[in-house]
Design a protein around this ligand. Structure first.
Ligand SMILES: [Fe+2]
Ligand SMILES: [Fe+2]
Length: 287
């Protein structure tokens, strides 16, 4: 079958993407370093006046109901956690991409941001059940970026999106990712991976983006993280927070059991906790 998506045009669209600000990139690098401390994040925020203002605005959002206004970054960070700073930085640097309507997935404006934010929170909740040590904020960050490739892929995909659904309905392909591969010759994970490389993101995040639907293919050193996001993504879709027509059209790789001790009760708890945090985070970030 001839490929209907112009891979060269996708490559050019990625090349044209503006880079992340040096501070935002540094923040992602710090988060990806397992030995980092909260102090390192605080230092980056304090160095960046725009980020400082945004963080203070979020922590003083009525959603959190704090009685006294928070004016220090140290206090704001200990209250919000590193993950909210990451959310703000990603929103500031990739907000336009994350808020585009996803026509190729029949997703309305904001659907990608909602799905990524919910997946981020759910991935972090999953990571709390890890059998070994786990960096929860890195799981969150991976979840937040995992589907970034859809923002560009969607534009090239909209002509054939219907064919993908028919392929799945007719059982010609096993899941949505295979439909993308079959019709386009590449899929949203590869596009996202190339975007992350263009942005020079830490390798762990590049790997999460590339392997999130096939975590077993990730290198060993990053597999637990990729599995956390793989599950967080599915939980997000199960909770109805998908990006449109591809919702729940992917396989669950049960290999996660090697890394996480998840009973059915734990899964229910993850969904509940994620829903609660999601509504707060979403509101505080939009105000
Ligand atoms: Fe995906
Ligand atoms: Fe996803």
């Amino acid at each position: 079958m001839t490929k209907v998506v112009d891979a060269e045009a996708i490559r050019q669209a990625i090349e044209r993407l503006p880079l992340f600000s040096p501070n935002a990139l540094q923040l992602l690098q710090v988060i990806a370093d397992p030995d980092h401390e909260l102090e390192d994040v605080i230092r980056i925020v304090k160095f960046d006046s725009v980020l400082t203002m945004r963080v203070l605005k979020v922590v003083n959002s009525p959603v959190y109901g704090l009685v006294n206004e928070v004016t220090s970054i140290d206090r704001a960070l200990s209250y919000l956690g590193e993950r909210m700073v990451v959310s703000i930085a990603v929103q500031d640097n990739a907000g336009q991409l994350l808020n585009k309507p996803l026509e190729g997935y029949l997703g309305e404006q904001g659907a990608l941001w909602r799905h990524d934010l919910f997946s981020a929170i759910a991935s972090r909740e999953v990571a709390r059940y890890a059998r070994g040590d786990f960096d929860l904020d890195l799981a969150f960050t991976g979840g937040l970026l995992h589907d970034i490739g859809k923002s560009i892929f969607s534009d090239f995909w909209k002509e054939v999106a219907q064919d993908a659904l028919s392929q799945i309905d007719e059982g010609m392909v096993a899941d949505y990712l295979m439909a993308e591969q079959d019709l386009a010759g590449l899929d949203h994970t590869e596009v996202g991976y190339r975007m992350a490389r263009h942005w020079q993101m830490p390798e762990a995040l590049q790997r999460v983006i590339l392997h999130h639907h096939h975590p077993a293919e990730a290198p060993d050193w990053v597999q637990p993280l990729v599995y956390a996001v793989h599950l967080g993504d599915i939980v997000s879709m199960m909770a109805g927070c998908d990006t449109g027509s591809d919702g729940l059209q992917y396989h669950l790789d049960t290999g996660y059991r090697e890394f996480f001790n998840l009973s059915p009760n734990a899964l229910a708890e993850i969904v509940l906790n994620a829903q609660e945090e999601f509504s707060r985070a979403r509101e505080s970030l939009t105000n």
